[in-house]
Design a protein around this ligand. Structure first.
Ligand code: JFZ
Length: 478
């Protein structure tokens, strides 16, 4: 009897504690007007296209391409597109560079061909970077391509040329604008607040202008949104997102735009992702073992080829320059964790690309044309990471092993999730059958190809899910 009582008391106590903690959780939910708007991942067609594209290229092109990191005889090692800030150049002086904007070698069709050959499915173009120079003839600013010797709407030409090649166009847009007198880093007075409201109206006008002039744009990638002034105006970031979504059905927006009512950025005060995809992975990637949480939302990473140069810098010897294989590794790494990767290019002021970038684009394209099946429309496979490389999963439940580290043992270890077995393996491209030996429950040795391909290669696995298995492989049940 005593024992029963004790159990009942214990039971009551546990119930009370769990009730209290769940009540606390409810209390923890912070009411927000400008928080996240999506419940989980968006599943509409436009978002699926965004996700399936997987590989994109960034174009950072602006006045900064002219000095290429050098001001008054001094070469600055920092990011070239920030030169105005490193060299403390006043805006009116910086904007004199407009007189030299004459990219006579610019040929949008050539650019689009280069992207096509590289295998990118979308391109992110800097419509306006922090400097404030607009690649389109904006009627809201005098600092635009229209007021240069070249005159032409380079953005318009790019949109058309890329679209003609079947490449989606995304717009990079910096909210922070060093050229605008009403921009404020923080709001310290009523005057600041009035000026900044004018600035937000100007920004709205430019965004509406872009959406109207180039209605095939698929995505806005906002930048320059980290200042206190914008964090204080979370309402505006929600408004801008909504405005663009009303104007351009299906358009996708990055999390970097957003701040909530409390100035919390990317993820709102309740921990929910704002915008449609997370855009915080820049020049770094999530850890493939520790950071699997990223597979819960859509995300896109972007990377530079030198350590940190987005715009054209004349001297790439100042930092390490990644090899094509290192770039391919990062692309696959991102896809293996359910993300997209955007590789950056900083075209020269004359409208051509530097030789290193042309070669890199070619090398990536060559690899993608052989192994792209393991990248496009692929996702997180749910298999434990192994040292030889990365897994991705295709739409029909096939699993790809992208091998970057060729083992001396002659075999690659595969550990499958519970109830998943490997049926067959073959080399992508040649179709060579690859030997699979079961070594323990849910463990296999997958042989390397007979002849070393001499480059990262892909082995396609046909897997089978045991009857009644739930989760991502249930569709593979045949
Ligand atoms: C920004 C820009 O300042 C830079 O010039 C470039 O355009 C890049 C793509 O974006 O730089 C950032 C912005 C955000 C982070 C880091 C660098 N971040 O969130 O870690």
């Amino acid at each position: 009897m005593k024992g029963t009582k004790r159990i009942i008391t214990l039971f009551a106590l546990v119930t009370a504690i769990s009730f209290l903690s769940s009540a606390q959780e409810i209390k923890k939910e912070i009411p927000l007007k400008y928080g996240a708007t999506n419940e989980g991942k968006r599943q509409d067609q436009a978002m699926q296209k965004f996700r399936d594209n997987r590989l994109g290229a960034f174009i950072h092109w602006g006045l900064y391409a002219i000095p290429g990191g050098e001001w008054n005889g001094k070469v600055y090692g920092g990011a070239a597109e920030w030169l105005k800030s490193w060299a403390k150049v006043p805006s009116d002086e910086w904007m004199k560079l407009m007189d030299q904007w004459n990219p006579t070698k610019f040929d949008a069709k050539k650019w689009a061909k280069m992207a096509k050959e590289m295998g990118v499915k979308y391109i992110k173009i800097t419509t306006k970077h922090h400097e404030g120079f607009c690649l389109w003839p904006s009627k809201y600013s005098k600092y635009t391509v229209a007021n240069t010797p070249y005159k032409k709407d380079v953005l318009g030409e790019m949109v058309k040329a890329y679209n003609d090649e079947g490449i989606d166009v995304h717009f990079y847009f910096s909210v922070m604008d060093w050229s605008h007198p009403d921009y404020r880093y923080s709001i310290k007075s009523v005057e600041d607040s009035i000026a900044f409201n004018r600035f937000l109206e100007f920004t709205d006008n430019q965004l509406k202008e872009l959406a109207t002039r180039y209605p095939t744009v698929k995505d806005f990638w906002f930048d320059g949104t980290w200042d206190a002034s914008i964090k204080k105006n979370g309402w505006w970031t929600a408004h801008a997102e909504q405005m663009l979504k009303e104007m351009l059905p299906g358009v996708t927006i990055n999390s970097r735009l957003r701040a909530d009512d409390k100035g919390k950025r990317h993820f709102d005060s309740n921990g929910r992702l704002m915008g449609d995809y997370e855009s915080g992975y820049e020049r770094r990637l999530p850890d493939p073992v520790k950071d699997l949480k990223v597979t819960q939302w859509d995300w896109e990473a972007c990377m530079t080829i030198p350590e940190n140069q987005w715009g054209y810098h004349k001297d790439w010897s100042l930092s390490y320059v990644k090899t094509p294989i290192e770039v391919i590794d990062r692309i696959v790494h991102a896809v293996s964790m359910g993300g997209n990767m955007v590789v950056n290019f900083g075209p020269q002021a004359d409208g051509d690309f530097r030789p290193e970038e042309k070669e890199l684009a070619k090398a990536i394209g060559k690899w993608m044309s052989r192994y792209g099946e393991a990248v496009y429309a692929c996702d997180y496979a749910g298999f434990d990471k192994q040292g030889w490389g990365y897994y991705t999963r295709g739409k029909n439940g096939e699993v790809y092993m992208v091998v970057f580290n060729q083992p001396y043992s002659g075999h690659l270890t595969v550990k499958t999730p519970k109830d998943i077995s490997v049926e067959k393996a073959s080399l992508l491209g040649t179709g060579e059958e690859i030997q699979v030996v079961e070594t323990a429950r849910n463990e296999y040795n997958v042989s390397v190809p007979k002849k070393n391909p001499g480059e990262p290669y892909v082995i396609q696995l046909k897997v089978r899910a045991a009857k009644g298995t739930k989760g991502i492989y249930r569709d593979a049940l045949t």
